[in-house]
Design a binder for this molecule. Sequence first.
Ligand SMILES: [Zn+2]
Length: 125
Amino acid sequence: MSADPCPCGRPLDYAACCGRWHAGAPAPDAETLMRSRYTAYVRGLDDYVRATWAPETCPPTIDPDPPGLRWLGLDVKRHRMIDADHATVEFVARSKLGGRAHRLHELSRFERRDGRWLYVDGDLA
Ligand SMILES: [Zn+2]
């Protein structure tokens, strides 16, 4: 039993999982970074979302979730290393808004710069 299960889907408490990266430690790989960004969306940690977004693709403002939106879970389908500093992560994030279920299926690109993984961009699947 976990007192504070991490929203990202790994069977750990938040503090032992994404909480470590939110506190400033660099996420060790692109999948872990992607999971920590999902958790940041769930918890409304916009500063973390921005800090882990490549500056050239990060939008000037991050739209807040629509009122009533609930994130239900994350499934990571595939984590692929392209080279030491480039990777892709394919995931499905599920949410619910106004009684309707929604699936976000994306293939995201990540790049490591100065030892930190960043989200660059993605294609909806
Ligand atoms: Zn987590």
